[in-house]
Write a protein that binds this ligand. Structure first.
Ligand SMILES: CC(C)(COP(=O)(O)OP(=O)(O)OC[C@H]1O[C@@H](n2cnc3c(N)ncnc32)[C@H](O)[C@@H]1OP(=O)(O)O)[C@@H](O)C(=O)NCCC(=O)NCCS
Length: 205
């Protein structure tokens, strides 16, 4: 990687300059855009590199397995050679019994070589802006509050909600994109996204 982290940090801190989802350039080297079907292997390799095998075993995975990410909300960061160096995806869920639709964010990961250069923050800001633009009401995630607080996430709105598996409640965070979107909701999150083709084939068999 030829880009020095401080230079990338400076350029990544610039405001988004184009419409979300259009492949907006943040620096001469890093571009945030929509994931392509051909990015799957590189994305999974990046997740393995960044997180180890644990990302496949998380409770969040129960809400992702066999589903496609929400339309327009599978994002990647690419370097100047086009390689995937960051990833974030958001998934459609129902927030509790008969509750409102919401998004579950994750995994978020950045290539270890590019850590603390602002790539994760740009992916987060882009994902939040795009989710808002698409009319979604709230984003939920399980992650480190000290990192996600800077984007407005907190555990304030999740005390009556639960993940469908083991998790630490203080790491179960939410951001309302529409005020009151999670008001009064309680119960376990359920997957609500489009089924992936593999899942459809299995169901049809
Ligand atoms: C978490 C992650 C996506 C952040 O991406 P990044 O591009 O390095 O983050 P940014 O450059 O936008 O932000 C860096 C800042 O976040 C802080 N930070 C990074 N991870 C953090 C964490 N888990 N908790 C608290 N702060 C964290 C860094 O210390 C740095 O702080 P500073 O700005 O005061 O120096 C990246 O470290 C990563 O891929 N981690 C492994 C995968 C993972 O654990 N993902 C889930 C996160 S809960």
């Amino acid at each position: 990687m030829t880009v020095a982290a401080p230079a990338l940090r400076a350029s990544c801190s610039d405001a988004l300059r184009g419409a979300p989802g259009e492949g907006v350039s943040h620096s001469p080297a890093i571009v945030i855009g929509n994931e392509l079907p051909s990015d799957g292997a590189a994305r999974d390799a990046l997740l393995d590199r960044a997180m180890g095998p644990r990302w496949r075993r998380k409770s969040s995975e129960k809400l992702r397995r066999g589903r496609l990410p929400a339309e327009g909300l599978a994002l990647v960061a690419r370097d100047d050679a086009g390689a995937v160096v960051g990833t974030v995806r958001l998934w459609e869920v129902t927030a509790g019994e008969g509750g409102p639709a919401a998004l579950l964010l994750g995994p978020l990961a950045v290539d270890p070589v590019l850590r603390s250069a602002g790539v994760g923050s740009e992916l987060m800001r882009h994902a939040i802006a795009e989710a808002k633009r698409l009319g979604h009401g709230a984003i939920l995630l399980v992650g480190d509050a000290p990192y996600y607080a800077r984007f407005g996430f907190s555990a304030d709105k999740t005390s009556r909600l639960a993940m469908p598996g083991p998790y630490e409640p203080h790491r179960f965070l939410a951001l309302e994109l529409i005020d009151g979107a999670l008001a009064g909701t309680s119960g376990v999150l359920r997957a609500n996204g489009r089924k992936s083709r593999k899942e459809k084939v299995e169901l049809a068999a």
